[in-house]
Design a protein around this ligand. Structure first.
Ligand code: ARG
Length: 588
């Protein structure tokens, strides 16, 4: 379906042309004076110069031709040359009926579907997930869903940090604790055990212990570095341990991400890129892109127009080891081979921006990806505590993701339990669903690049701009629709009729924006635009609800129209929260 704003613009364009003006001036925007009108056009002011005419005269010429408009009920001019418009009640109603009858509420999907990879999550295997990884998962999941909704072919890739020093640390600590294991016996020829020599719980304790020891003890650190080196060069026993670490961690990660309603198509990691590195480096050397600088192999990425220094992208250290940037470049080689993406979106902490500037420039300069490939860094800010500092536990440690979720769910349960009418088990499950919305909406309603304060009290509130408020609104609509059905009516095929009141029209005008909001959120990769929209929509609904008898309405046609309007409103809200990555319970 065409966006309603485009339909209005089309009519205006006809009028501009008929009146002898360029239709390019017929741009329509939402009104910034909602007290006066619903939509407006400022084109007369823009055209005044080229036509050497007062803008108000142009506006009047155009308006004179809109007397029998298909979609406008009121068109007027306001000095110096605004064209103010209101939509016909029936036109808006008909638009809603068409939304209801169309697939995906009439969303106008992209005409040029792209192959998009979203690189998000990025947890480091064997280190516990912490809140820093929460933002990446929440924002990335939403960006993936929005892109998919717009008709693109999208793959989400977790890009595990599974090839670093942490692996050497774990191997070293394990060797100290259980030197008798066959992995450490170079003469061992048999099959290594299929059972991992640790549980996830032990693994989570081993890593911090080893990490602390390495900071104190130089020899221990050397051992860990050497173990990392051996692993990266194919040591048999260490590779077997690495596989155990991967199996144990990945199944735990899968559980954690499933709890967040986050789901990856690809479970690739840094380790998967390693096989591509030798050939890539060889080629970069041969083609003269990489040169040796103080013993290290680097690619220059400084550009003439830069106002500050952009250091070269380092791809090999003097000891032959590869780096973070090498892995990201090799991952692009791999992605190019497997999927040939049009766009790769990296959802990563904004403090890593320079790294990505270097990688993107190096990838384009060396032809790893084509000049056309859209490499996009979507950097996010820090999640802070109420004290304005990075979020910590009460004891001052890094908050683990699981604990954070548990804390929100508890608070949610406490609030739901205050006037609980359902069984405890159902209330617990509802708290979990609403808790997820509280966390995700609390994050996504902020522009991603900004820091924000994680405020449990505010996020779990049923009032204000929060996830629970949005869900509460959906549940309220569901309950009315259920009661209507329980009274023996069907929800199918009910037509929305022209609005009877100001609040009803206001609700309709919000609902019809769905199409353009979704498109705009994709274009700007901005889930917060969807949050802002559903907050307005929920407010419009609640105002209508408080001013209108719905179930008690005696005029059947009127009531049917109300119910139909509620149904579309609910569907729009549900579609929006779905791309934000959460859902609504049946009741709460
Ligand atoms: N594992 C990294 C970290 O924790 C994030 C990975 C981001 N993605 C990437 N392609 N570099 O900082």
């Amino acid at each position: 379906m065409k966006k309603i704003i485009d339909l209005i613009a089309e009519e205006l364009a006809e009028a501009f042309e008929k009146a002898g003006y360029d239709k390019a001036y017929a741009k329509v925007t939402l009104s910034n004076r909602p007290d006066l009108c619903e939509y407006q056009c400022n084109g007369a002011m823009a055209g005044a110069k080229s036509y050497r005419k007062a803008p108000i005269m142009i506006a009047e010429d155009v308006v004179a031709l809109l007397k029998d408009s298909r979609c406008l009920s009121e068109v007027s001019t306001v000095k110096p040359g605004f064209i103010n418009m209101k939509l016909k009640e029936e036109y808006v109603a008909e638009y809603l009926n068409q939304m209801e009858a169309s697939e995906d509420l009439g969303l106008e999907k992209t005409k040029n579907p792209e192959m998009i990879i979203v690189d998000y999550g990025g947890p480091n295997v064997a280190k516990p997930l912490h809140v820093g990884h929460l933002r990446s998962a929440i924002i990335g999941e939403s960006v993936k869903r929005i892109s998919r909704k717009m008709g693109h072919k999208v793959l989400g890739d977790i890009h595990l940090g599974d090839w670093g020093y942490q692996m050497g640390l774990i191997i070293t600590e394990l060797k100290e604790r259980k030197p008798e294991l066959p992995y450490f016996d170079d003469a061992f020829e048999g099959e290594c055990p299929s059972e991992a020599p640790f549980t996830i719980g032990e693994l989570e304790e081993i890593y911090p212990t080893a990490s602390a020891k390495a900071k104190e003890d130089e020899a221990y650190r050397e051992n860990a570095l050497h173990a990392t080196y051996l692993l990266q060069n194919g040591h048999k026993g260490y590779t077997a341990i690495w596989n155990h670490i991967m199996n144990v961690s990945v199944s735990d990660l899968k559980k954690n991400y499933a709890n967040l309603n986050v789901d990856f198509d690809l479970w690739k990691g840094e380790s998967d890129a390693q096989a591509y590195i030798p050939d890539m480096i060889e080629r970069l050397k041969q083609d003269g892109y990489a040169h040796v600088d103080q013993g290290a192999l680097v690619i220059d990425v400084q550009e003439e127009t830069d106002t500050k220094e952009i250091p070269p992208c380092m791809i090999q250290k003097s000891d032959g080891a590869s780096l973070y940037g090498t892995t990201d470049l090799a991952t692009l080689v791999q992605r190019e081979e497997d999927f040939h993406p049009d766009r790769v979106i990296y959802v990563v902490d904004k403090r890593q921006e320079l790294h990505f500037v270097q990688v993107f420039r190096a990838a384009k300069k060396t032809g790893i990806v084509s000049e056309k490939t859209n490499l996009k860094f979507l950097g996010f800010g820090t999640m802070n505590g109420k004290d304005g500092k990075p979020f910590k536990t009460r004891e001052g440690g890094v908050m683990r993701l699981e604990n954070l979720i548990a804390e929100i769910n508890e608070e949610m349960y406490r609030k739901i339990d205050e006037n609980r009418t359902v069984e405890e088990a159902e209330a617990k499950e509802t708290a979990r669903i609403v808790g997820m919305a509280a966390i995700k909406y609390g994050d996504l309603s902020n522009q991603a690049s900004k820091d924000y304060v994680f405020d449990v009290d505010r996020f779990t509130s049923f009032e204000g701009n929060t996830g629970p408020y949005i869900l509460y609104t959906i549940v309220r609509i569901k309950s009315i629709l259920n009661k209507y059905q329980a009274a023996g009516h069907s929800l199918e095929g009910l037509p929305v009729a022209g609005a009877q009141s100001e609040s009803e029209k206001a609700l309709m005008l919000e609902a019809v924006k769905y199409n353009e909001v979704m498109e705009n959120a994709f274009e700007e990769l901005a889930p917060h635009k969807i949050c802002a929209y559903i907050y307005d929509l929920a407010n419009a609904f609640n105002r209508f609800y408080h001013e209108t008898k719905i179930l008690a309405e005696e005029d059947e046609t009127k009531q049917k129209s109300y119910i139909a309007l509620l149904k579309v409103t609910k569907e729009v809200l549900e579609s929006c929260i779905d791309v934000l990555g959460f859902e609504a319970p049946e009741r709460m």
